[in-house]
Design a protein around this ligand. Structure first.
Ligand SMILES: Nc1ncnc2c1ncn2[C@@H]1O[C@H](COP(=O)(O)OP(=O)(O)OP(=O)(O)O)[C@@H](O)[C@H]1O
Length: 263
């Protein structure tokens, strides 16, 4: 199937500025924005690797794109809409954010409780309504999930696989991945990355993937974006990175160095 290229960008960040609010819900007076003047445009089919050192602002940017923090609607557009203000974007599955810990709110136990109840992987995965059975089967296979796993007895990596499977069941148009592959073994990660590449090439999905683990990613991204101190330091298509890396470019992290050949 050919990629359905749309002329409109799928992700547009225009001079994004953001400060975490203080306890009164407002940015502390005189505080410097954490994210400042950040702009980025991605199109259907793009696979963007978001890199940067700890605390650089990657998660914050992904959460803003995922509609989890409010910013002015013109600063961030996903599929032409503001993810924070247009909640249908996420609820429809067009925009999918997969990050960090897999938690949910449980009435008697409190907020953000890790998903560890005595329920089978099958019940969780088949409990999502309106899913194409072929896609569901493919994801179960790609992530090598045993449907009889009980969620309170699985390993972190197995739990993560079920989380990823659930997150990808709906055919997203924009996917935001925040270090989601950390618990996966090498083979599971490679299979998942191949699946995600196919999603971009065949369906024209856009993926932004924040990670520190570059092994096996040489051929995966179409773009690389490097962020430091909440500011965009470098954004370029991968073929351009390869051109430069041949002449031994070093992308510097604050106080450290990241060899571009390992990207
Ligand atoms: N809820 C919050 N309230 C206030 N400050 C926060 C909050 N979450 C993150 N920060 C701060 O924002 C900065 C950027 O954090 P962020 O999580 O976006 O970085 P990151 O690039 O994803 O880092 P890592 O690679 O460690 O995951 C950090 O200095 C962090 O302390």
């Amino acid at each position: 199937m050919a990629v359905m290229e749309s002329s409109k960008p799928t992700v547009e960040i225009n001079g994004l500025s953001f400060t975490y609010p203080g306890i009164d819900g407002h940015p502390p007076p005189g505080s410097k924005p954490l994210i400042d003047g950040f702009s980025l445009t991605l199109n259907a089919g793009d696979r963007c690797l978001l890199v940067g050192s700890n605390g650089a602002g990657k998660t914050t940017i992904l959460k803003i794109l995922g509609g989890k923090h409010m910013v002015e609607p013109h600063m961030v557009r996903v599929l032409g809409r503001s993810a924070f203000h247009d909640t249908v974007l996420a609820s429809s599955g067009d925009l999918c954010y997969l990050g960090g810990e897999w938690r949910r709110d449980v009435a008697f136990a409190g907020f953000e409780v890790p998903i560890q109840m005595d329920i089978s992987a099958e019940k969780m995965i088949f409990g999502v309504a309106g899913i194409d059975p072929k896609r569901r089967y493919e994801l179960i296979k790609v992530l090598d999930i045993d449907l009889s796993w009980r969620m309170h007895k699985v390993s972190d990596g197995q739990r993560r696989r079920v989380q990823i499977c659930m997150g990808l069941l709906k055919p997203f148009k924009v996917l935001l991945l925040d270090e989601i592959t950390v618990d996966l073994d090498v083979l599971a990660r490679a299979d998942l990355l191949n699946f995600l590449r196919k999603e971009c090439e065949e369906r024209g999905a856009t993926i932004i993937y924040a990670t520190h683990i570059f092994d096996g990613l040489e051929k995966w991204p179409s773009h690389i974006v490097y962020v430091a101190h909440g500011k965009l330091q470098l954004a370029m298509p991968m073929d351009k990175v390869k051109e430069i890396s041949n002449s031994s470019l070093m992308v510097s992290y604050p106080g450290r160095h990241l060899e571009s050949r390992s990207l």
